[in-house]
Design a protein around this ligand. Structure first.
Ligand SMILES: Nc1ncnc2c1ncn2[C@@H]1O[C@H](COP(=O)(O)OP(=O)(O)OP(=O)(O)O)[C@@H](O)[C@H]1O
Length: 228
């Protein structure tokens, strides 16, 4: 198990209003699995992903990621944990426009203080895994959406994170790119990573090992066949 919520939930206070974004939830994320998070807009999916990503603290309950009790860590410790343990892939790719593909992939390693020789080796390997070696010198704008997402996946995996969190990773992609990106994420799960994907797209169920549904802030496990 890489992450565990024990009665963990989140509420937001805006003015005198309190919004329960995620009700108390007990749930585990396992290595070697690709898990889908589905559910209607505003139901709490991103909130759940943000908790797993150690981007926000739970308002109640306990959150454990990679054996660390998140409730007890300060912001700096969380930032370090994110950098070392978690890879993020977003719908909008979030690549830095002035940097080449390979410089984007290299960035997290620089932030971690990895030496230049090892950085080069790891960037090379990550680009090979996503099949983007020949486009490594390109700026993001010279790449298709699918290619940019593959670079974003290389950036997410270059630090060898145990947990890869994806927020609508295929939403901006055509059908062929969707297949390539999901096959890559599936292979990462088969190699032992925990991969969690928030999606509205029922086509992704064929790549998943399990699924949960979030509705009105409530998390319920569901059968993959019922993903729609
Ligand atoms: N920072 C915030 N401050 C106040 N309310 C918030 C905040 N973030 C989320 N919420 C509220 O919490 C609820 C859950 O939001 P969340 O973004 O987790 O839903 P979602 O399922 O990811 O939605 P979508 O599919 O539209 O992205 C919503 O009612 C949202 O308005």
């Amino acid at each position: 198990m890489i992450a565990e919520l024990i009665g963990a939930g989140k509420e937001y206070k805006t003015g005198d209003q309190t919004i329960v974004a995620l009700q108390p939830t007990t749930w585990q994320v396992n290595e070697g699995e690709l898990t889908l998070i589905i559910g209607p807009s505003g139901s709490g999916k991103t909130t759940l992903l943000s908790l797993l990503g150690c981007v926000i603290y739970p308002s109640y309950g306990d959150l454990w990621v990679d054996g660390r009790h998140i409730n007890e860590l300060n912001e700096n410790q969380l930032a370090r944990l994110r950098l070392e343990t978690i890879g993020f892939v977003f719908q909008g790719f979030n690549l830095l426009a002035p940097l080449s593909a390979e410089d984007n992939v290299e960035l997290p390693l620089k932030l971690l203080g990895v030496g230049s020789k090892e950085r080069r080796q790891r960037v090379k390997k990550a680009l090979e895994i996503v099949g983007m070696t020949d486009r490594r010198k390109n700026l993001p704008k010279a790449l298709s959406g699918g290619q940019q997402q593959r670079i974003a996946i290389a950036r997410a995996l270059v630090t060898e994170p145990k947990l890869i969190l994806c927020d609508e990773p295929t939403a901006s992609l055509d059908k062929d790119s969707l297949v390539v990106v999901m096959q890559e994420l599936k292979i990462l799960a088969q190699k032992g990573k925990a991969v969690v994907v928030v999606t509205h797209d029922p086509r992704l169920r064929q790549y998943a090992d399990r699924a949960i549904e979030v509705k009105n802030g409530m998390v319920t496990p569901i059968e993959l066949n019922d993903v729609q």
